[in-house]
Design a protein around this ligand. Structure first.
Ligand SMILES: *Cc1c(COP(=O)(O)O)cnc(C)c1O
Length: 394
């Protein structure tokens, strides 16, 4: 043990200096490649009670998130939650679904399954409509269920199911909910917000809780997630017995809106980086501008994938432009592991699939541009040839 204490720092030092020289491009659903300016914004230490250096930044970021959701500060506010995206999802479900409520989860992938798991662990009354992971949920099914089942008080949906990259029909679902004004929508917009339109003040007003995180389309670094909520809906939770101390959404929101402070250690650097990230998002033209670049990225990957003879797992009709699940060819020489390693050595990171059919995934969000995508495709092509396969793959 004693020797290890002297050896370890040296090894770590060496690993860090090689790391710094390496410029990996992350084609993953987050964490993702961020701009140098976002990373540089973290090169300062601030105290969590520092009014100018930090508290003003938190207020600014919360306001910008409300505006980014097309809502107004009079009716809506944003709460930041320390941790990964799942922390905010669990915080919202656990705080919003009361003993006499019932949430209907529209489930078409592993993030819907995760919500069911949260409900089981927290003992929340829930039900689900389940779909295969390569299909979108259907507003018609929701209407059918709500017309026959009056026990449902909340609907929870994943905006873009990152498992396979399926975009779910947010507007039709919100339109359908106008017939059931007592039913509130909870939206996990983790991998859609910032690159798909959300209009909480208008067409999507049925959505009372919109959840996303710093390290997806807004291109911040990991460390916190957030929820843009309707004030009236959250205020109705006042006095409710919390199921969790750390994940109590009501108290977390109150802490931020009353004194402007976090209840527990604040992710200071991640929030500084996020302020820079959201300003860069605004400068790029908001969700519309960012969606144009992401679409161009996706198109570059699509052209390449089709040229290589590979197949998408999801039909074009419900395929999003954030992440693509590509079917693994059944050729005996195919090895996804070989492909990951081959790409990694050349500075590209892609992800294994999580779908019911074997797939691998290519994300195209983050500080990634069409030329990076074209370069990735060329390297995939070389990787496939390296396996001993011919192009197009049969
Ligand atoms: C990324 C993501 C999450 C959160 O994942 P974490 O690993 O907890 O950050 C939740 N839902 C969707 C749809 C996501 O893409």
């Amino acid at each position: 043990m004693k020797r290890l204490r002297y050896v370890l720092p040296l090894t770590i030092h060496r690993a860090v200096s090689t790391e710094a020289k390496r410029h990996l491009k992350l084609f993953t659903p987050g964490p993702l490649s961020t701009t140098d300016s976002v990373k540089r914004r973290m090169m300062v230490d601030v105290g969590s009670r520092d009014e100018i250096g930090f508290l003003q930044v938190v207020r600014d970021v919360r306001q910008r998130l409300v505006v980014a959701s097309q809502a107004t500060p009079e009716t809506h506010d944003a709460v930041l939650v320390q941790g990964a995206g799942t922390h905010a999802v669990e915080s919202v479900l656990g705080s919003v679904i009361g003993k006499s409520d019932r949430v209907l989860i529209l489930n078409n992938g592993s993030y819907g399954e995760r919500q069911k798991q949260v409900c089981r662990i927290l003992n929340l009354p829930f039900d689900s409509i389940d779909y295969p992971d390569n299909q979108a949920v259907r507003a018609e099914d929701l209407v059918d269920r709500l017309r026959t089942d009056s026990s449902i008080t909340h609907v929870s949906m994943i905006h873009l199911e990152t498992t396979a990259g399926v975009i779910n029909p947010l507007s039709p679902v919100c339109d359908a909910l106008s017939e059931f004004p007592h039913v509130h929508l909870i939206l996990d917009s983790m991998s859609a917000f910032g690159a798909y339109e959300v209009d909480l003040g208008g067409r999507h007003s049925a959505c009372k809780y919109l959840i996303s995180s710093a390290n997806k389309n807004m291109q911040g670094v990991p460390g916190f997630s957030f929820c843009v909520y309707e004030r009236k809906a959250l205020e109705a939770l006042s006095g409710r017995r919390p199921r969790s101390l750390a994940l109590d959404l009501y108290q977390q929101a109150k802490g931020l809106s009353d004194g402007g402070q976090f209840r527990f250690t604040a992710p200071t650097h991640a929030i500084l980086a996020f302020q820079q990230a959201i300003m860069e998002w605004e400068a790029e033209g908001g969700w519309l501008g960012r969606s144009e670049r992401y679409k161009a990225n996706y198109e570059a990957i699509k052209r390449g994938i089709e040229r290589l003879g590979l197949r998408f797992y999801v039909d074009e009709a419900c395929r999003g432009y954030i992440i693509s699940a590509i079917c693994e060819p059944s050729h005996p020489k195919w090895s996804s592991h070989l492909l990951y390693d081959y790409l990694f050595e050349r500075g590209f990171v892609i992800y294994p699939g999580k779908t019911s059919e074997n797939t691998f995934r290519i994300g195209n969000i983050g500080n990634i541009h069409p030329e990076d995508c074209a370069e990735l495709v060329l390297n995939i092509e070389m990787g496939i040839k390296h396996m001993g396969l011919q192009i197009p793959v049969q």
